[in-house]
Write a protein that binds this ligand. Structure first.
Ligand SMILES: *Cc1c(COP(=O)(O)O)cnc(C)c1O
Length: 383
């Protein structure tokens, strides 16, 4: 039964309020549109949010990861341990700084790096860890940092999806070593594009600032010097104003996402999809910010493949996505020696995951509609 008479439900949609739109217009009229006062305010607000830690904004959550590695002193000859179940930028930045990514498979329950396998991947060349908090679910931070401390490793948290998430009641960003957030359009807090690094001290903040803009420092009133090779990664004030506008709503955003995630669990309970073995996320309502609702299809139980399943959802007016195919199977990574079979859980996850709609302006009725559609498809194509 097609339900396409209903409006199309995308899998993600940013919520920008009128006050923010007005604020952006004000910035555009102000005469200062690139990095300036709005960035200062945004950095201060983020710092306050992260317990007073030094914060620097960037133009993406990829730049933040790369600069985070540079600040941690990672470079040529070093190894960095991360997970293949992430957006490809997580490990591209490791190559970018001249180091080598070492992948560790995921725990199929959390879909995050398997901490039981982490220690055996550590070698004398290991310099840092990049844990990814997939869909905003943090890894076990106590265990992670115990391992990092024991082996004297730096941690650059890929918290791109984890703004608003917590660990034991503390905000992600408030604890830990270097924390990298992305403010890409689809993230829980957006500045259209953008990112931020949460740092340990002023020394790191100064380094971040240099890497952000050509390695340049001011010398007196009329001079500059360049004493390190930096890039061009600064955030515009228009973007910072959007981020500031979103930050006001972050608690409500997270609460609404949790509510929708609960509705998904209820909607799938006992239905055809559940009977076939549709894989649901870990039901963590303490720590996760529910950045996405990621399910895994049972490939042997369906007579259609993932693309077919997504097509059937689309027929019913429902958008979906894929987050993420296993990084090590991409052509670039294969050309550097990675092969199928190396990280079976990440491979299975990457080949069978589907991202269902979840954004703050959805309601529980929308979730019911998605669950009904998924159950219907599973009934029709189940075997
Ligand atoms: C979005 C994302 C990034 C990159 O952020 P950009 O702002 O798009 O550069 C990195 N890692 C993860 C896990 C992400 O979700």
């Amino acid at each position: 039964m097609s339900q396409s008479t209903l409006p199309f439900l995308p899998f993600v949609k940013p919520e920008i309020d009128e006050e923010t739109i007005q604020g952006v217009a004000d910035v555009l009229r102000s005469g200062w549109i690139t990095t300036g006062p709005q960035n200062q305010k945004f950095e201060a607000a983020l710092s306050e949010y992260c317990g007073g830690r030094p914060v620097r904004t960037f133009n993406s959550g990829t730049a933040t990861l790369e600069i985070g590695l540079r600040i941690a002193g990672v470079g040529e000859g070093d190894e960095v341990i991360t997970t293949p179940a992430s957006w490809v930028s997580t490990s591209n930045v490791i190559y970018e700084v001249g180091a080598t990514p070492v992948f560790v498979d995921i725990d199929p329950a959390t879909r995050n790096i398997d901490l039981d396998l982490l220690e055996e991947a550590i070698t004398p060349r290991t310099k840092a860890l990049i844990p990814v908090f997939l869909s905003g679910l943090p890894v076990d931070m106590d265990r992670l940092y115990a391992i990092a401390r024991a082996h004297k490793l730096r941690v650059i948290e890929d918290a791109a999806q984890a703004f608003g998430a917590t660990w034991n009641g503390e905000r992600i960003g408030k604890l830990g070593d270097i924390v990298s957030f992305s403010f890409h359009a689809n993230k829980n807090l957006s500045s259209i594009e953008g990112g931020a690094l949460i740092l340990n001290d002023e020394e790191e903040a100064v380094l971040a600032q240099k890497y952000r803009l050509q390695g340049v420092t001011r010398t007196g009133f009329d001079g500059i010097d360049c004493d390190l090779l930096g890039g061009k990664y600064n955030l515009t004030d228009v973007a910072a104003r959007v981020g500031l506008g979103q930050l006001k709503h972050i608690e409500r955003f997270t609460a609404q996402r949790k509510k929708l995630a609960r509705a998904y669990f209820a909607g799938f309970e006992g239905g055809a999809a559940a009977k076939l073995g549709l894989g649901l996320p870990l039901a963590d309502f303490e720590n996760s910010n529910w950045h996405m609702f990621l399910v895994t299809l049972p490939p042997d139980k369906l007579s259609i493949d993932r693309a077919g399943f997504m097509g059937e959802l689309k027929e019913r007016g429902i958008g979906s996505g894929v987050h993420y195919p296993a990084i090590h199977l991409f052509t670039l990574y294969r050309s550097r020696g990675f092969r199928e079979g190396m990280f079976p859980h990440a491979e299975h996850y990457g080949a069978s995951t589907v991202t269902l709609p979840l954004f703050t302006q959805m309601n529980e009725g929308d979730v019911e509609r998605v669950c009904r559609a998924a159950n219907e498809i599973c009934e029709q194509y189940g075997k």
